[in-house]
Write a protein that binds this ligand. Structure first.
Ligand code: 13P
Length: 235
């Protein structure tokens, strides 16, 4: 099981450092059989810890260059970062990243051997049209993406479930992950209002290999509580 925390535009550099230190200590004691990823804002990037892989929420597909406001490969390499989130709906919809650009970004970081958490998800009006429309929408978001890349992790995040407190229903997650599983052999995460109170039912769904958590990951205790909730009992 993979637990990934997307801080979005939350936490400072100091706050992130404190968070990672506290979480790392808890994870060292717990020895959970989970993979833990944390995506802080760009200003708060730091090397991964013993128990936590630190990844970038975004980077430009270039080593360096005249791309005002962006960071690229050389800025990530300074911290030994080799994990990146690509295709989040907030970047697609708010920052206007096109499928073509995402595919370019993906290819660039794939070429450099990065672990890539690639996000897809449908808006509410597509979900309301049913499973077939959802499937069609999601597969369009994979155009130009190498589904066989060995360091690929897919995250299914329905846009209408992000930050709304209303996660997708178990049946919706199950049917969508089953659809994605037809062509994706790599881990598939669910994201969208995952929290301590629904983590158990979500983690139990077939083909859910982990979760990508926003709001409920912002406090260490809340993120850790989700892991505790699904951890195998100590013997
Ligand atoms: P929330 O957990 O706040 O709904 O955010 C999900 C998300 O977008 C993670 O990438």
């Amino acid at each position: 099981m993979i637990f990934a925390a997307n801080f979005k535009m939350h936490h400072t550099r100091a706050g992130t450092a404190e968070y990672l230190k506290e979480l790392d200590t808890l994870l060292a004691q717990a020895e959970f059989p989970f993979k833990t990823l944390v995506f802080p804002p760009a200003t708060a990037l730091q090397p991964s810890t013993d128990w936590i892989t630190v990844g970038a929420q975004n980077a430009y597909p270039a080593e360096q260059g005249a791309y005002t406001g962006e960071i690229g490969l050389s800025q990530l390499e300074e911290f030994g970062i080799d994990t990146i989130l690509i295709g989040h709906s907030e970047r697609r919809n708010i920052l206007g990243e096109s499928q073509e650009f995402l595919a370019e970004k993906f290819a660039f970081y794939q070429e450099r051997g990065f672990q890539i958490v690639y996000c897809v998800g449908e808006p509410l009006e597509v979900r309301q049209q049913g499973d077939e429309a959802v499937a069609e929408h999601l597969w369009e978001q994979f155009v130009g993406i190498d589904l066989d890349y060995e360091r690929l992790i897919v995250a299914y995040e329905p846009v209408w479930a992000i930050g709304t407190g209303r996660a997708a229903k178990v049946e919706e997650i199950a049917s969508t992950h089953a659809e994605l599983r037809r062509r994706i052999a790599r881990p598939i995460l669910y994201g969208g209002s995952v929290k301590p109170t629904n983590i158990r039912e979500i983690a139990a769904i077939a083909d859910v290999d982990g979760v990508l958590v926003g709001s409920a990951s912002l406090e260490v205790r809340s993120f850790f509580a989700m892991m505790e909730a699904v951890a195998p009992p100590q013997v």
